[in-house]
Design a protein around this ligand. Structure first.
Ligand code: TUI
Length: 308
């Protein structure tokens, strides 16, 4: 199965892994890359040197290409942007902002730049600034989201730009991959399903919360202050949304969630922690290796699409 994205990235399957904060560390990235997709280290809020170590550890596990996601709201984004160049990373995705100021440096280093966008306007701007592809991420995704659904965003972005489009948000099986291709995508980005992979280091409670989730179990916090984050409903989200309705300030609310993603991922506190996950969590029902997930999804998509 060849597309402009598999050619651009030198990967076997048109699947890239989401750059999930605290989750996308070297074991997961290496496993996805070794299985023929593109694994990514999620820079999230980590300092540059931590990301450097993660890149080096991933390279010890696999010699397949590994990418890095630079989270642009991070106070360390400038450092991480330099580390990817120094470590010879060949693919960078970005999230939660506009990566324009880094594009020249990354392009000069021969890095393929793939911004994650949530609107046609940003997709067009990224193409103008030399992006090699874009990820069009719908609000079905977990974590920080935009307003558009995958169903509406992907075809509009595909019509608006000439560079390849990678669809994200709500995709976790071969039907989702086939649907994304029908909307004009040439690859997909998958997050939530990889969270429950055997190679994923997230706490067992977190995995079980996703595996047991029903279709309606996610909610969005932070809409009132313009930082919407999709996560699974629990004590934390109920408290947060109550305070939002009472009109609490961004600072007060941020204080409430400080460190709560780490608490859920590492300590397994799925009651008071932030359990970021996409709306497709309801369909995910078992832990498998990344290789099993990718091969199962590709077999199903291939059958639906008539790919050989
Ligand atoms: O970035 C993500 N997902 C994330 S980042 C993250 S860490 C975090 N945690 C709590 C609060 C904030 C961040 C968790 N999940 N996905 C990619 C994405 N980018 N989704 C939406 C956007 C986006 C939104 C607006 C990108 C650009 C944008 O506007 C930029 C501009 O200047 O127009």
């Amino acid at each position: 199965m060849k597309t402009r994205v598999t050619e651009l990235l030198g990967i076997q399957y048109p699947i890239i892994q989401g750059g999930m904060a605290w989750v996308a560390e070297h074991h997961l990235a290496a496993a996805v890359s070794a299985a023929g997709g593109l694994g990514l280290i999620g820079g999230a809020n980590a300092p540059g040197e931590v990301v450097r170590e993660e890149i080096r550890k991933a390279k010890e596990i696999t010699d397949k290409p590994i990418g890095v996601n630079v989270m642009l709201l991070s106070p360390h984004a400038d450092d991480v942007a330099k580390v990817v160049v120094e470590e010879g990373i060949k693919v960078v995705t970005t999230g939660a902002g506009n990566p324009e100021k880094y594009m020249e440096m990354w392009k000069a280093a021969g890095i393929k730049v793939i911004p994650v966008v949530a609107s046609v306007a940003l997709a067009k701007r990224m193409e103008k600034y030399g992006a090699d592809a874009v990820v069009a991420e719908g609000c079905e995704s977990g974590g920080h989201i935009g307003e558009q659904t995958t169903m509406t965003l992907v075809p509009q972005v595909a019509d608006a730009v000439s560079i390849p489009v990678i669809a994200a948000g709500g995709i976790a099986d071969g039907r989702g991959i086939a649907a994304a291709f029908m909307l004009g995508a040439e690859a997909v980005q998958i997050g939530t399903r990889f969270v429950v992979s055997k190679e994923s280091i997230v706490h067992e409670n977190y995995k079980q919360r996703i595996i047991k989730a029903k279709d309606i179990d996610s909610t969005v916090t932070g809409r009132s202050h313009g930082h919407p984050v999709r996560c699974l409903r629990n004590q934390m989200t109920r408290e947060y949304i109550k305070l939002e309705q009472e009109g609490k300030s961004f600072e007060e609310l941020e204080y409430l969630t400080l460190g709560t993603l780490r608490k859920a991922v590492q300590e397994g506190d799925v009651v008071n922690g932030t359990v970021m996950a996409g709306q497709i969590a309801g369909m995910i029902d078992k832990e498998q290796t990344c290789k099993e997930m990718i091969e199962e999804m590709m077999a199903q998509a291939s059958q639906l699409m008539g790919w050989k």
